[in-house]
Design a binder for this molecule. Structure first.
Ligand code: 8IG
Length: 279
């Protein structure tokens, strides 16, 4: 291995994660032939098909071909990223078919690498989607909800060193307004990120409710923090794929999550496509 290759290993504390993001962005530029991507999207559980409605896929890249990216760890996620032409706007979206979750144990740098790569590739905005548990009974499985704010219960931060990033408006108000222009029925909620990979106990779900949460999941918050540090505007949208534990009477299953995603694909796909066209 050359020194250069060793420097691109995100799990090595000596590695500069921003250098890896620059290297990843260079591969994306080379493979797509596009100098600048404008918007990045992370497609979480249940959002897999929705990327297709944004526009024409111009290039598909295997994650394993890009420095710092690994294989997909979860069934229903795909290990590729795509460069999508946004309608006929001349703008490009960088669409990640999967994400690295904190519970995979690869470290926070790996979790936020896609965000930093998006910024290095020129994106000014990132759309973070996820599948999650809902705490409000009126949110039936398959309901998309805008993330208004988050509570990060991972006890970790993607920020390194004494960098006091302001998180007053993590989820850009203007982008939430824009999403509501597209779909006036969209509710907003506070997303609580747990470490996972187990789902919460009913007591933990009640705790999330008491501290101000509306949605429980295993992603997004750490990515949103890194996005703000990189100067990206953030739109967060959760798809409630199940009622959180103890909120409904049936136990949670990964199959239920996949099914709710398929059922909601149409509404979510149209929402994403319309929002991305307006960003
Ligand atoms: I999909 O109920 C999905 N992801 N923590 N809790 C947590 N993560 C989730 C849930 C849930 N559903």
């Amino acid at each position: 291995m050359t020194d250069n290759a060793a420097n691109l290993d995100l799990s090595d504390p000596q590695t500069d994660p921003y250098a890896v993001a620059e290297a990843a962005a260079a591969v994306i530029r080379e493979r797509t032939g596009v100098e600048t991507h404008d918007v990045a999207l992370v497609l979480g559980s249940g959002w897999g098909q929705t990327g297709d409605l944004i526009g024409e896929t111009m290039t598909t890249i295997e994650n394993t071909d890009v420095p710092g990216f690994g294989k997909a760890a979860v069934e229903g996620h795909s290990g590729t990223m795509r460069s999508v032409a946004i309608g006929d706007t001349g703008r490009r979206a960088l669409v990640y078919g999967t994400r690295t979750h904190f519970y995979e144990g690869k470290g926070v740098r790996a979790v936020v690498h896609g965000v930093r790569t998006a910024a290095a590739a020129g994106c000014r905005t990132i759309v973070l989607t996820n599948g999650c548990g809902g705490l409000r009974e009126e949110w039936a499985p398959g309901t998309p909800v805008l993330i208004r704010d988050h509570i990060n219960l991972t006890a970790h931060s993607p920020i390194e060193g004494a960098n006091f990033v302001d998180l007053t408006d993590v989820y850009t108000p203007r982008l939430r307004d824009l999403a509501r222009e597209v779909d006036g029925d969209l509710d907003e909620g506070v997303y609580v990120q747990f470490r996972g990979p187990h789902y919460e106990t009913p007591a933990e779900v009640q705790m999330a409710k008491v501290i101000g949460g509306d949605l429980v999941g295993m992603s997004t918050s750490l990515e949103a923090i890194a996005a703000r540090q990189s100067g990206l505007d953030v739109l967060g949208i959760s798809l409630v794929t199940n009622a959180a534990a103890g909120i409904s009477k049936t136990p949670l299953s990964h199959e239920e999550v996949i099914e709710a995603g398929k059922a909601a694909a149409d509404r979510c796909g149209r929402l994403l496509a319309a929002v991305v066209a307006k960003i």
